[in-house]
Design a protein around this ligand. Structure first.
Ligand code: GRF
Length: 208
């Protein structure tokens, strides 16, 4: 139960595709309520999932803007209509400029399919196999202007098996993503995270 002094957090989620991580946020108690799901793609499958769950959705097409900054400013404006306490990038496949990152500084969270700081960027599973790592996984982190380099909230690892392909590895990692993202968002919503440099410390839940 929440009190008026400690209301449930308002969570906005951005996606670009099927939205399985977004769905994991809906399935689990994240200590807050998803109030809107947005996308840069009007045909993102996850928007249908969100609508079926009765959620507000929007799409802002990045191709309709002359610059990344103009797109980011439009996205900030749409999101702010929903007064989010936290914005979660759940498979949102756009590089964001400081216009966006600074608008939500300290309350912008991303899930990335590798054990950062290894394998920032794209094609993480293929690159993990090519480098022969034995452990791979996913990372939930605060977003800073530097790509995939913000303070790490939580990680989960999977073993890389001899017969793994990029697809089997992606599937194994995705199972972990669906666990670790709701977990990390809940820590945030419960006010338990403190950030010092690149380190995130997790304190006890605050009452209320
Ligand atoms: C996830 O693997 C996420 O980490 C990556 O893109 C994928 C999105 O999957 N950035 P979904 O849309 O959440 O199903």
């Amino acid at each position: 139960m929440s009190s008026s002094a400690n209301p449930r957090k308002r969570i906005a989620v951005l996606i670009s595709g099927r939205g399985s991580n977004m769905a994991a946020l809906l399935r689990n108690d994240c200590g807050g309520d998803v109030v809107v799901v947005g996308s840069n793609k009007a045909d993102a499958g996850g928007l249908d999932v969100a609508r079926d769950a009765g959620l507000a959705t929007f799409a802002v097409g990045h191709k309709d803007f002359a610059s990344r900054e103009a797109f980011d400013a439009a996205l900030v404006e749409r999101l702010n209509e929903y007064r989010p306490d936290v914005v979660v990038l759940a498979g949102f496949m756009r590089i964001l400029t400081p216009v966006f990152v600074n608008a939500f500084a300290g309350r912008l969270i991303n899930i990335h399919p590798s054990l950062l700081p290894a394998f920032p960027g794209l094609d993480t599973h293929q690159r993990a196999l090519a480098d022969g790592v034995k452990l791979h996984g996913c990372t939930v982190h605060f977003v800073t202007p530097e790509l995939d380099r913000g303070p790490i909230i939580a990680q989960a690892a999977v073993q890389v098996d001899d017969d793994d392909t990029a697809d089997t590895l992606a599937a194994k990692v995705l199972v972990q993503e669906h666990q670790v993202l709701p977990f990390a968002v809940r820590l945030f919503c419960e006010g338990r995270l403190s950030v010092e440099g690149l380190r995130v410390r997790t304190g006890p839940a605050r009452g209320g």
